[in-house]
Design a protein around this ligand. Structure first.
Ligand SMILES: [Fe+2]
Length: 225
């Protein structure tokens, strides 16, 4: 569940070096990664960086989040190990230094027991914190080997994923390796599958209005439940 308490701490982003470095690493990845000739992806990358730089500059007090693991987090060390050997080494190492403060969550009111063991996400910046952001969420998604993440769509939210570790596919359209960026526009239906042998760790960015980011009303498409 998302945190609605919004209890402000007396620490700012600049007091938490590795959180700050992680956001800078994310900014760097969105700056460096190619848009592959897509104006839409280029514009998304630009928007993520613009909103992220505002968040970093604002250096507001952090929101208190209680660290929490989920069953899938037993795969995080392996995912980071793989990430450390891939093209996003820097970001994998920075994530490795903040694992003890991450709040892993599901984001759905109803989730199957199978998926509950295989998936979770952790927000880094957003309206619920820990780093305060109004129109942007930056977070991590972790999938266990062999996960099928059911078909869903986000209304009024533009979403991108960047692979840190593992091979995965969306809508059976291609296999994405670490370093890849994929864009899901508002309303785009998508279903994710993950390779059988290794976990998959993605960084994601959501762009949208604050109210929508706080209540994305995510549900799975009935046919894939
Ligand atoms: Fe999604």
């Amino acid at each position: 569940m998302r945190c609605d308490r919004n209890i402000t701490t007396n620490q700012r982003l600049s007091d938490k070096a590795d959180l700050l470095y992680l956001l800078r690493d994310v900014d760097e990845v969105y700056r460096r990664s190619s848009a592959g000739g897509s104006k839409m992806i280029r514009s998304h990358q630009h928007q993520v960086r613009k909103r992220l730089s505002r968040v970093i500059e604002a250096d507001e007090p952090l929101i208190d989040r209680t660290p929490e693991d989920k069953p899938v987090t037993i795969h995080l060390p392996r995912a980071l190990e793989i990430g450390n050997r891939g093209p996003l080494t820097q970001i994998a190492q920075t994530i490795g230094r903040i694992t003890s403060v991450l709040t892993w969550a599901y984001g759905y009111d109803k989730i199957s027991s199978r998926l509950a063991k295989r998936y979770a996400f952790a927000e880094i910046a957003g309206p619920s914190g820990p780093v305060r952001a109004q129109t942007l969420i930056i977070g991590l998604v972790l999938f266990a080997p062999g996960t099928v993440y059911p078909q869903h769509a986000h209304q009024e939210i533009e979403e991108s994923y960047i692979s840190v570790a593992g091979a995965w596919s969306e809508n059976d359209a291609a296999v994405y390796a670490p370093g890849s960026l994929i864009l899901n526009r508002s309303g785009d239906q998508h279903r994710i599958t993950v390779g059988d042998r290794e976990p998959c760790l993605l960084v994601y960015a959501w762009l949208g209005e604050k109210e929508r980011l706080l209540k994305p009303n995510m549900t799975f498409s009935r046919s894939f439940r």
